[in-house]
Design a protein around this ligand. Sequence first.
Ligand SMILES: O=P(O)(O)OC[C@H]1O[C@H](O[C@H]2O[C@H](CO)[C@@H](O)[C@H](O)[C@H]2O)[C@H](O)[C@@H](O)[C@@H]1O
Length: 401
Amino acid sequence: MSLIFPSSSVVPSSCLNQLKVYSLKSKGSASLNPCFPLVQYKVPWSITQDKYPVSKSKPHRILTSTARDCIRTNNQSTEEKDVSFDGGDQGQEEIEREFHDNRDASVVTYSEWLTQHPSALHTFEQMMKIAKGKQIVVFLDYDGTLSPIVNDPEKAFMTDEMRSAVHEVAECFPTAIVTGRSRDKAIEFVKLKDLCYAGSHGMHISIPPGFLKKYAELEDQTHIADEQGFINFYVAKKFLCKLKKIKEKLQEKTRGIKGAMVEDNKFCISVHFRCVDEENVENVKKIVDSVIKSYPSFRAGGGKKVMEVRPNIEWNKGHALDYLLKTVFGTRNDDVLPLYVGDDATDEDAFKFIKEVGRGFPIVVSSTPKMTDASFSLRDTIEVMNFLTKLTGWRRISSSD
Ligand SMILES: O=P(O)(O)OC[C@H]1O[C@H](O[C@H]2O[C@H](CO)[C@@H](O)[C@H](O)[C@H]2O)[C@H](O)[C@@H](O)[C@@H]1O
């Protein structure tokens, strides 16, 4: 039996922990037949049914996919069986470690991947050649980009060095933080007022009034700043009431699961399972699925050891970039180059947007090969900081030319 993975199902390997196979008809070994070559990273995988191995191959191709919704067998049936990749609840780090331990001639190594997604530090000069005489607009994701991933989301602090690098960037370029966190939480962590914030995956956009004078050509200048000093744009206010109910249900149902944590991001809710025992991770996911079943106007998506519930509207980080460029940073000008740095699945929407615009610099933060729409890469938050510092240095030199 072969499993067909439609190309639309391909997402970064960070989603592996959600991998589930639908409609496995028999227990025989499944020969995987990926129809999208880019998903083929050779790493160990196995399929299990009711915890018993159905097929195991080490090393073999691992298929990166949001398989929950879209992996189908040939007959396109969607009936779900209790079958999952053994990567299912395996830690991302673990998978990545195995990935590195299983290199052979056909393994996509980090250095091979780098040829497709060159380091933004190493290609800096070429990038800046393109940018010369143009206006770079900087968009920065928060978790995993400005602050390292840690177990406790409340403690994902950025360093003072990073803060000062971001501050300097914001002095040189129009800058926005684009994050899944609530706008307020993002401000609390970043502690900078001279930039825009797009919180809740872009559903709450805050602009310092100074920006409107500096960059925008908004017809409507009558907006009033909030208590934090920002002018706000909301796209999902009408969902707040239901989100509150969903949050309460999620809190109540996950209360008994050690390590599970529900985070209120105002226009979306994160259910964290980074600290949940492996055998309970599936329960957390099932709880999220069962709660949103009663709320068809909401959907759940995945990130790094997190399930995120959000309104089922067509709005993502890419739309936030579009909005900011149109209303604040003046995208009507072809000389505006969006530069986006991010590490997670939701950042892919921003990368896609930049690709569609056809100009700019989508930069993924990753220390391992992964599927991405980004054109450039940085290894980790340290490299992000070095890149930002380089960027401001370049700007200062080039404007004194
Ligand atoms: O868009 P982002 O700024 O990248 O936010 C995405 C989610 O990031 C946070 O969760 C992630 O970071 C945590 C702290 O390092 C980590 O514990 C968690 O496992 C990660 O998924 C944040 O807590 C979520 O609410 C954001 O949606």
